[in-house]
Write a protein that binds this ligand. Structure first.
Ligand code: NIG
Ligand code: FE
Length: 390
């Protein structure tokens, strides 16, 4: 059994119920994969000389598996590109042309950059396949990533955009007919509901089938245009509704009523030059919130949760505690399969997984305060030091 203590640390985290706490000048004990004590010392001692220790980041929304860069579309109107068969369709074409090994290697390398930037758990979506066989190939790649990455990986089957040709309803029939076969291989089903993507009625069709198979739901909701997808997410007891730039009052109300997590994606707004989701209104309405990168080649080529927190606080007006909470506790909330599930990670508490980030600063406030690409001193995943800056 491995036992060690991090001493001389300033701990900052949310508790299970979402309350922020900070304990200065304290210590924690790590036994194998688990935090076994707080304010105690046992085993080997690692003196962190007053550094801040926070939970590892939980990135609950990423599109990590793809090929091809879209820098040539930089600042071009997103919807126009998509409707003309570019945008997501360009990435789908490049991904189809790429070898499986290379897709795996590229996604692995991206996840390892995320790890060095503090992400100890991540969700990965399919969605750049569209064709059934290609979607299944993406799923296999994500399963392989789950096997080989140090992080915990959650798998989302994303129904991203309709095929350029053919009957949309037939396509949805076909893709959802995979659910009984793949339900044990995926954690969530997601659909992009928006102008240029799917409609509310199509989302309902997908959710009914997902529900029938007991697969938890996520939704790309109210991003480019208001569609009412947030209300439908609540109607189907979704785990999270993501984006929410255009959400309306009634959408916020329904998320609250059904305890759906609002997932904020500030890097996407920033990159696309759009407004942020109404963070303050959503949080103040009592809705749980997560912050994620939405990493993808079209709207958020970002691999850093610290950058997401930094934006959410400095532009989006969140308090640093709220930024930290969304990126850790909130992310973990957005990855629960059912709403009674206790958290295993995302918070610092006895018996939780020892997934930790050590900052090269004495306070968690530096997450929003500093623009320092070397702010992370070390990353611990399931009790193992997986990254340490010399
Ligand atoms: O979450 N909005 C839909 N899907 C992605 C964008 C994917 C892409 O442009 O390649 C998103 O922003
Ligand atoms: Fe997305």
């Amino acid at each position: 059994m491995s036992v060690y203590s991090l001493v001389n640390i300033n701990l900052a985290s949310f508790d299970e119920r979402g309350n922020f706490f900070e304990v200065k000048n304290t210590s924690i004990v790590i036994e194998d994969e688990i935090i076994s004590g707080m304010g105690e010392v046992k085993g080997k001692i690692i003196d962190l000389e007053g550094r801040a220790v926070i939970p590892g980041f939980v990135d609950s929304h990423t599109h990590l598996v793809y090929s091809g860069c879209r820098c040539f579309e930089y600042r071009k109107p997103y919807l126009e590109k998509l409707k003309m068969g570019g945008g997501i369709y360009y990435t789908v074409k490049k991904t189809k042309e790429e070898k499986t090994e290379k897709l795996l290697e590229d996604a692995y390398n991206r996840a390892m950059i995320m790890l060095r930037n503090g992400t100890t758990t991540l969700e990965i979506k399919t969605g750049y396949g569209i064709e059934i066989d290609e979607e299944l190939r993406e799923l296999e790649i994500i399963e392989k990533l789950k096997e080989i990455l140090p992080q915990d990986v959650f798998i989302t089957f994303l129904i991203h955009v309709p095929p350029k040709e053919g009957d949309r309803r037939e396509y949805l029939e076909e893709i959802t007919s995979l659910f009984p076969r793949i339900k044990h291989r995926i954690d969530f089903v997601d659909i992009f509901v928006d102008e240029g993507a799917f409609t509310i009625d199509e989302a309902r069709f997908v959710f009914e089938r997902a529900k029938r198979e007991g697969i938890p739901i996520k939704v790309h909701a109210d991003e480019l245009e208001y569609t009412g997808a947030s209300e439908v997410a609540a109607e189907f007891d979704a785990v999270s509704a993501d984006h929410l730039i255009k959400i309306k009052e009634k959408g916020i109300k329904s998320l609250k009523e059904k305890d759906v997590v609002a997932c904020f994606l500030p890097c996407t707004s920033y990159f696309m030059g759009k407004e942020f989701a109404p963070f303050r209104k959503i949080i103040d309405s009592g809705v749980k919130w997560a912050i994620a990168t939405d990493h993808n080649p079209g709207t958020s080529p970002c691999l850093s949760m610290i950058f997401a927190i930094n934006l959410a606080c400095n532009i989006g007006g969140l308090r640093v505690e709220e930024g930290l909470g969304g990126a850790t506790w909130g992310g973990a909330m957005a990855l629960r399969k059912n709403k009674d599930e206790k958290l295993k990670f995302g918070i610092i508490a006895p018996q939780k997984q020892a997934d930790l980030v050590i900052l090269d600063a004495d306070s968690y406030i530096h997450l929003a305060y500093e623009f320092n690409p070397e702010i992370i001193k070390g990353v611990i995943k399931k009790g193992k030091i997986v990254w340490w800056r010399k």
